[in-house]
Design a protein around this ligand. Structure first.
Ligand SMILES: Nc1nc2c(ncn2[C@@H]2O[C@H](COP(=O)(O)OP(=O)(O)OP(=O)(O)O)[C@@H](O)[C@H]2O)c(=O)[nH]1
Length: 462
């Protein structure tokens, strides 16, 4: 992800401020240099980097830290606010009927994004339809159709028609029942005059409320010219950055945002329809700086829990809060965890666990954890219902049988029982709390972790 190393390198510089109540010019200079290095290597434009570093320098030296705030937290707060300012607000996308057109070069991820956005709108309770007007790339029709089937959203395309403008017009009519129309357009290798002409005609046919420019996070300096051309022809209201799950840098997309005077709207973080996030500047920067993003995490947990519950009518996560926590509950929780995505991505969202913390773990630590979860799953499959409901009856004899049956070491079986006990104990502390208490607790965590408030626990989880 963009600025991958910023969190850990910044933390190093910030740690030097520990114990200091005042910051001198040299300290600030070092921190600013780290930020410059990181942003420039992520392809952010020099002018933008210079403006940001001047702002940080001036504020860090001139502003008085509020009473009780350490120099370190004060500087971190300024860095955080200025970075949020740099990436800008998120594009305003109202949850109401509208038409959105996607534009961009070939392979930038338009078709994938169209299906992802339709899925996103459907989860928000609106009825979307994707209209595929790409007659240029032979596979585009099938790809869009398949992805829309996966997303369970309406799709319109016509593989026998070669005129994209006609498809656009007929598509709008054929899907008139839908509330949100997402119009996918064809890409080209580079900006060609016929691409621009075509997209202007499609725009005339569908009269979008919003046109989004889809950019691959790997795009560097080329972003500027591209953004200008699209802005001049159809007017860009927002930028979608795709493939942020890869090693790409993403800085070029920021240039496109400034060039079009627009904002970032969505982020693409994988190849499946669910790998889409609404861009939230606070959460995004918190994550980059290793401060976690509790809101995204909460959304993912909620989604995963809903899916797990939908697959098993008998299981309701709410029961855990009321009654006892059995091994069956633990197995369901692990299933839900698996649905949340790769563990390292999930960990990035937890305050104090992001960037810096991850760097301290050996590279294969995540694999070990995921392997361990798989072993636990196999072990639980070898246990009887009675044992799963009441793990206390599992003594040495049963441990031996379960280990043999599952092909796992006895130690791993014991570790599972231990882990269950620990989770049970933690949950006991939450039981009896009302909804209000839970909300207050989440809010407190949020204030500590990011989203603006910097008080309490050090943002890097001291
Ligand atoms: N890892 C990853 N891959 C992505 C993401 N978004 C798109 N892709 C992949 O990028 C490739 C190109 O995506 P498409 O959606 O076909 O791109 P397009 O802009 O519609 O391409 P044209 O129709 O040729 O203009 C596909 O293999 C997608 O699976 C993402 O967020 N992460």
């Amino acid at each position: 992800m963009v600025l991958d190393n910023l969190g850990s390198s910044l933390r190093g510089s910030l740690d030097k401020l520990r114990g200091k109540s005042r910051i001198d010019e040299e300290d600030v200079q070092e921190i600013v240099r780290e930020i410059q290095r990181s942003l420039l290597s992520a392809d952010v434009e020099v002018d933008l980097v210079m403006e940001l570093s001047d702002n940080i320098k001036n504020r860090a030296l001139e502003e008085e830290p509020p009473g009780g705030t350490s120099a370190r937290d004060h500087v971190l707060k300024i860095v955080y606010e200025e970075m949020v300012d740099l990436v800008g607000e998120s594009t305003d996308i109202p949850l109401e009927p509208q038409t959105i057109m996607l534009a961009g070069l070939q392979g930038s991820g338009k078709t994938t994004t169209a299906a992802k956005m339709a899925w996103w709108f459907s989860k928000k309770g609106l009825r979307p339809a994707v209209i595929q007007t790409d007659t240029f790339r032979p596979g585009a029709y099938d790809q869009a159709k398949q992805m829309c089937e996966k997303a369970e959203v309406e799709f319109y395309g016509d593989p026998d028609e070669s005129d994209p403008v006609k498809i656009a017009r007929e598509g709008m009519e054929a899907t008139s029942d839908a509330e949100v129309h997402i119009v996918d357009t064809a890409g080209r290798h580079a900006l060609e005059a016929d691409l621009i002409d075509e997209i202007e005609e499609i725009e005339g046919a569908v009269t979008p409320d919003l046109s989004l420019l889809v950019l691959d996070a790997a795009i560097g300096k080329g972003a500027k010219a591209q953004a200008r051309e699209f802005e001049d022809s159809i007017g860009i209201g927002g930028v979608v950055i795709t493939k942020l799950d890869g090693t790409a840098k993403g800085g070029g997309a920021l240039t496109a945002v400034k060039e079009t005077g627009s904002s970032i709207s969505f982020l693409g973080t994988g190849e499946t329809v669910q790998d889409i996030e609404r861009f939230e500047p606070n959460g995004f920067i918190s994550r980059l700086l290793g401060m976690g993003d509790l809101q995204q995490l909460a959304e993912r947990v909620e989604r995963a829990m809903e899916e797990t519950q939908a697959e098993d009518d008998d299981w309701d996560p709410e029961d855990i809060m009321k009654g006892s926590f059995t091994l069956k509950d633990m197995q369901k929780q692990m299933e839900a965890m698996n649905k949340m995505g790769p563990l390292d991505q999930v960990m990035d969202m937890i305050p104090g666990m992001g960037g810096g913390m991850m760097d301290q773990l050996p590279d294969d630590a995540m694999d070990v954890t995921q392997d361990r979860m798989r072993s636990f799953d196999v072990i639980m499959d070898s246990m009887t219902d009675e044992e799963l409901e009441n793990p206390r009856i599992v003594g040495a004899e049963r441990v031996r049988r379960i280990a043999r049956g599952s092909g796992q070491e006895e130690d791993v079986v014991r570790e599972l029982l231990q882990q269950h006990k620990m989770m049970e104990r933690t949950l006991k502390q939450f039981q009896g709390m009302g909804d209000g208490d839970m909300q207050r607790m989440m809010k407190k965590l949020q204030n500590q972790g990011g989203g603006g408030g910097m008080g309490g626990m050090g943002p890097f989880g001291d």
